[in-house]
Design a protein around this ligand. Structure first.
Ligand code: IP8
Length: 280
């Protein structure tokens, strides 16, 4: 009789504290100024970089960009339920994210990576926009088996608003804290955190190293995204990271639209970007 193949031991080479969380910003994986347009070139290149970096265990979270945000905005999904006419908007927002997620999964799986999608709207409940509960058992089991869970910002159910938008950044930060991740790598469409919005202000300077105290001060100066971003662009991003940085999870923000930046960040190599650490 053929022996059943053994499941990987629970004690094998992973522990919660070595999990890397990679957030791929919607601004990089979609054409932000062009509605419902994924940036397939960037998606394919990032999938190759992720394959080459070979980081284990890894969780990927991606944002919505021009796939998720315009439709969410049109139907006022973030603000919550006000009329039955919004319901199809809730469906459309989630569906847009599923389509984007499929492209990412497709690119990863074609390279032989065991990427498995986890649907946030079916595993997370929020209260006034903040994560209240999240079913993490399947995600942990996927990690134990050696798979790469892939989550995304999504239209989710909310105990007080009916529904809302959960950003990929809140999700990434929350997962990092709860799994005591070793680090967070964030890929966006600029080189990192600037002293002002680099797309509007030519004097804006890239901040290579940032402490939590400095980040809090800078928060007020960082630009709000020009494209319809219902979760707040760079400002929303850095605010969401604070709880993870507070518990000393090092975070690096790099430009995912430029080749090899995400690869180098994943490998822990020297790379252009902003490293954010705890402390004043
Ligand atoms: O792009 C929100 O995720 P984000 C996604 O990470 C949707 O803010 C559904 C608009």
């Amino acid at each position: 009789m053929k022996m059943k193949e053994k499941m990987p031991e629970k004690s094998y080479a992973w522990s919660k504290s070595i999990v890397t969380i990679l957030k791929l910003g919607g601004s990089a994986i979609t054409r932000k100024e062009k509605q419902s347009t994924p940036n397939t070139g960037v998606i394919e290149r990032l999938a190759s970089e992720i394959k080459k970096a070979n980081i284990k265990p890894l969780i990927i979270v991606h944002g919505g960009g021009s796939m998720g945000h315009p439709v969410a905005k049109n139907f006022g999904i973030k603000e919550g339920y006000r009329s039955p006419a919004q319901l199809v908007g809730f469906s459309k927002t989630h569906y847009a994210m599923v389509k984007l997620n499929e492209l990412i999964l497709d690119a990863l799986i074609r390279r032989g990576l065991p990427a498995v999608s986890i649907q946030p709207s079916a595993s997370v409940m929020t209260e006034n926009g903040r994560i209240l509960t999240m079913e993490t058992k399947p995600l942990l089991r996927l990690l134990e088996l050696g798979c790469i869970p892939v989550l995304y910002g999504d239209a989710v159910l909310d105990t007080s608003l009916g529904f809302t938008i959960l950003s990929g950044d809140q999700l990434a930060s929350n997962l990092a804290v709860n799994l005591n991740a070793s680090r967070i790598v964030i890929g966006v469409d600029v080189d990192g955190v600037y002293t002002a919005d680099p797309k509007l202000d030519p004097t804006a300077r890239l901040v290579k190293q940032l402490s939590l105290g400095e980040l809090r001060k800078l928060k007020t100066k960082i630009g709000v995204s020009r494209a319809p971003d219902v979760t707040g662009g760079m400002l929303g991003k850095v605010s969401e990271l604070i709880p993870a940085i507070e518990v000393e999870i090092p975070t690096i923000i790099v430009n995912a639209t430029k080749p090899n930046r995400v690869y180098k960040a994943l490998k822990g190599e020297k790379v252009v970007g902003t490293v954010i650490t705890a402390g004043e």
